[in-house]
Ligand binder design. Structure first.
Ligand SMILES: Nc1ncnc2c1ncn2[C@@H]1O[C@H](COP(=O)(O)OP(=O)(O)O)[C@@H](O)[C@H]1O
Ligand SMILES: [Mg+2]
Length: 417
């Protein structure tokens, strides 16, 4: 790994997020308990999102293959990006077969050289869909959906909302096990839940309550995204590929009909409701869009696409749907085929697609909701993790979050082969 600077002679200060004062780190603790990134040999680059490059790497001593996600620091003059702190904090607290495992955080000699070491997965679903010659069979779609719902159920039971579910954030290993990844936008919620910034979730997968400015985010926004993924797996192309927020709402209405206060009582109280004049379209067109899908499949999708987030099905209820018990039965994960690895080809294409959506990340709210003491405690392998998060960076984040414009982000269309 490239190493540029050595901090061995420099004093390191840490901001206490509890007292908001700086204190010097004693020399013996300067590099924390983190292992060295040089314990790993970088093999090839497998992905690049907005926040970090991801490499396939080999642990030199054990020969184990892992994924190394480099924390992108270029634009962060004042410390570790909020998205990475979030991802580390949340992943350290989640252990489930359908959630990507964060093994450790390793560092290089430079203070800004920080890597998340994760279990390695051979595929992500975006690349698979882009490159597969044959479509997934319905039995395979059921297998993927059941695993996604299982991971979501666990996550929601642990009070985590992912807030960026989409096919490029779903990984699959050669054993056919699906892993939910990329927790850079995820948030812990409480009951009752406080307000959160509405501009999360990549446009195509964004729930109507977010598009209409609801600040109350619930686990239902992940279920909406999961429904979009369900449709995408069946159709083999994105189900609701909006070009703008307005167009996104139009596409939703084309598919599901115009919402009204009878089916969604809170509708008119949503912040942007007045801004959009919703077009009139009285029909639910799910059956027309998926003519081959059984009634139980349509019912399941309808329950995940309920306009009113309070009525939308939860992950557990979806898993129990009769759809998964009728033929074709879901295949077992280890009977999923293995696929050639195509990832490098499409990285650039997807990066562009996702860039704008990531502009929506609010950074400031980490400090409102995240238990900073917990990060310090839980990131046992990283006493360097909070180094350099200055008071100024918190102020900048606050400024940025307040001044963020409402202009809609445009997604460049993922082209299909
Ligand atoms: N554990 C992993 N194993 C294999 N590939 C991964 C892993 N984590 C991420 N990737 C690849 O890197 C891409 C970007 O990673 P992601 O965590 O989604 O970062 P970003 O926040 O930048 O989108 C993913 O779409 C996937 O292709
Ligand atoms: Mg991602």
């Amino acid at each position: 790994m490239e190493e540029l600077d050595d901090y061995s002679n420099k004093k390191i200060s840490v901001l206490s997020l509890e007292k908001l004062t700086l204190f010097n780190v004693p020399d013996e603790y300067k590099y924390g308990n983190c292992n060295d990134v040089n314990d790993y040999e970088k093999l090839n680059r497998v992905g690049e999102g907005t926040y970090g490059v991801v490499y396939r790497a080999r642990h030199i001593k054990t020969n184990k293959i892992v994924a190394l996600k480099r924390v992108r620091m270029e634009e962060e003059k004042d410390g570790l990006p909020i998205s990475s702190l979030r991802e580390i904090n949340i992943l350290l607290n989640l252990r489930h077969k359908n959630i990507v495992e964060l093994k450790e955080v390793v560092v290089g000699k430079r203070l800004d050289s920080i890597f998340l070491v994760m279990e390695y997965c051979e595929q992500d679903l975006a690349n698979l869909l882009d490159n597969m010659i044959n479509h997934f069979t319905e039995a395979q779609v059921k297998c993927i959906m059941l695993q996604l719902l299982d991971g979501l159920d666990y996550m929601h039971e642990h009070f985590i909302i992912h807030r960026d579910l989409k096919v490029s954030n779903l990984l699959m290993n050669d054993n056919g096990t699906l892993k939910i990844a990329d927790f850079g936008l995820a948030r812990k919620f409480s009951i009752p839940n406080g307000p959160m910034t509405p501009r999360v979730v990549t446009l195509w997968y964004r729930a109507p309550e977010l598009l209409l400015g609801s600040k109350m985010q619930t686990t239902a926004i992940d279920i909406w995204s999961a429904a979009c993924i369900f449709g995408e797996l069946l159709l083999h192309k994105p189900l609701l590929p909006g070009r703008s927020e307005l167009n996104q709402i139009d596409l939703i209405i084309n598919l599901l009909g115009t919402p009204n206060e009878t089916i969604w009582p809170d509708l008119s109280s949503l912040k942007f409701f007045e801004n959009f004049s919703l077009k009139h379209q009285p029909y639910n067109n799910l059956k027309q869009t998926f003519p081959w899908l059984s009634q139980t499949g349509i019912d399941l999708m309808n329950s995940m696409f309920m306009y009113d987030p309070n009525k939308r099905a939860n992950a557990y209820k979806c898993m129990k749907s009769t759809y998964f018990k009728e033929k074709p039965l879901p295949c077992e994960p280890d009977l999923m085929p293995t696929f050639p690895q195509h990832r490098l080809k499409n990285t650039e294409k997807r990066k562009k697609q996702e860039q704008n959506a990531k502009d929506n990340n609010e950074k400031f709210d980490l400090f409102q909701n995240m238990d900073a003491k917990n990060i310090m405690k839980k990131s046992t392998s990283g006493s360097k993790i909070l180094v350099n998060v200055s008071k100024q960076s918190m102020k900048d984040n606050e400024k940025e979050s307040r001044s963020r414009s409402l202009s809609s982000s445009q997604e460049s269309k993922r082209t299909k082969h």
